[in-house]
Ligand binder design. Structure first.
Ligand code: CAA
Length: 379
């Protein structure tokens, strides 16, 4: 029997996430967007509310949530501020390689301190010349005695300047190209890691996005995740999981824009009546509402599949692509419903529009999502 209703447990998680988002994130969203800073203490507050590192199993000090519970949380956080939320949520992406391929010892050593403290983590895959073509990365992690020595540069790394632990994808066997890529856990205080650029972004400005340079960074070979040369599939599996989270974040952004535009259209009087009584506006809002509902259902399906242990590559790409395209379309339309006011920083929809744009780009551009979907067709 198909059931689209949320269980009592999920409703409780949703209510807690909504309360946290509306009380701790929304009131500071505009201020930190302007400052282009991560709000100090936000990780601690998220941890106290049970919203940080939620996918770490209970036995390592986490909440033990799956993709569906995470998606419920991500929508609520996204409805408050995508920028602040991505700092909280990207931990899930950064730690997934450890969940997928880590040994008991690695999980104990690296997951527990992150889960028990309010620590941030970073997923270090992208490079200047290896964005959509992630397999062409050039950072090396060459074996030297019992260590790997890492050299190279990673760019657009979310939380890269704040993280205490990083999962780094680098060539341990450069001759083998993508099949020489390994996933390695790197504590951020390892000598030789420097932030060499802090990005000044259009939207999601309250997240930390940096370039990291690794210069003779020495970590023990025991930090290798899984087998040498199998890092690329670990990155891909991680993204399969993470993309339903970005989809949920996108649903939250779109929902916030729809709710604001609807309330405004009911209030705003022109020609002697609320503007929602004009078909031009009401049909626009109806289209926005349809897209939000469809995006949420696709997101829930992708997250549910991941929790069932089903291969969710195609569905999570569909959810990420459809939901972030929805967020973009709905936020642009929300600005239009508000007219001149929508374009002004005094109203929240211009920020939602700027924030939405990045959702179509990170965790794989929507062109890459379409490529992933197309490759899955007929399988
Ligand atoms: N699960 C498991 N393994 C997978 C996989 C999946 N979903 N997809 C591919 N693989 C495996 C393949 O089986 C293959 O394995 P073998 O070596 O055993 O043959 C290997 O990975 C290579 O696969 P492909 O030949 O399909 O790889 P490709 O070079 O054609 O690239 C791609 C595939 C989908 C385009 C990939 O490069 C990609 O996803 N690019 C986008 C990168 C991206 O999403 N970056 C986001 C960075 S993180 C971020 O943005 C977060 C943030 O800051 C908020």
């Amino acid at each position: 029997m198909v059931d689209f209703s949320l269980s009592d447990d999920l409703l409780e998680i949703q209510a807690r996430a909504r309360e946290f988002a509306q009380e701790e994130i929304l009131p500071i969203a505009v201020e930190y967007d302007r400052k282009a800073e991560v709000p100090p203490g936000i990780a601690e507050k998220a941890k106290a509310a049970g919203m940080l590192n939620v996918t770490i199993p209970v036995e390592y000090g986490g909440m033990g949530y799956g993709a569906f519970q995470s998606a419920i949380i991500a929508e609520e956080l996204g409805a408050a501020c995508a920028g602040i939320s991505i700092t909280i949520l990207v931990n899930g992406l950064a730690l997934t390689p450890i969940l997928i391929a880590g040994t008991e010892e690695q999980k104990e050593k690296f997951l527990r301190p992150v889960a028990e403290g309010a620590k941030l983590a970073a997923f270090c895959l992208t490079e200047r010349e290896a964005g959509s073509d992630a397999g062409s990365l050039k950072t090396t992690a060459l074996p030297d005695g019992d260590d790997f020595v890492i050299n190279g540069r990673k760019c657009f790394i979310t939380s890269g300047g704040l993280a205490e632990v990083m999962t780094v994808f680098a060539l341990t066997d450069p001759e083998r190209g993508p099949r020489g890529v390994s996933a390695i856990i790197v504590p951020a205080d390892t000598p030789g890691i420097r932030v060499t650029k802090v990005e000044d972004k259009m939207g999601q400005r309250s997240s930390n996005t940096v370039e990291l340079t690794f210069e003779n960074v020495r970590v023990p070979q025991s930090n290798l995740l899984g087998k040498p040369g199998r890092g690329f599939p670990i990155a891909m599996q991680t993204l399969d999981f993470g993309r339903s989270g970005v989809a949920a974040l996108s649903v939250g952004v779109a929902r916030a824009a729809l709710d604001y535009a609807t309330a405004y259209a009911k209030e705003r009087q022109q020609f002697g009546a609320p503007i929602i009584t004009n078909q031009g506006i009401s049909f626009m809002l109806a289209d926005m509402a349809m897209k939000v509902e469809a995006a949420r259902l696709l997101t829930w399906q992708a997250a549910w599949m991941a929790d069932q242990g089903l291969k969710a590559t195609g569905k999570s790409a569909m959810a990420k692509c459809f939901a972030s395209d929805t967020a973009m379309e709905v936020t642009v339309d929300a600005v239009q419903v508000l007219g001149g006011y929508g374009y002004m920083k005094e109203y929240p929809v211009e920020k939602l529009m700027r924030d939405a744009k990045l959702l179509q780009i990170y965790e794989g551009t929507n062109q890459i999502q379409r490529l992933v979907i197309a490759r899955q067709l007929g399988k």
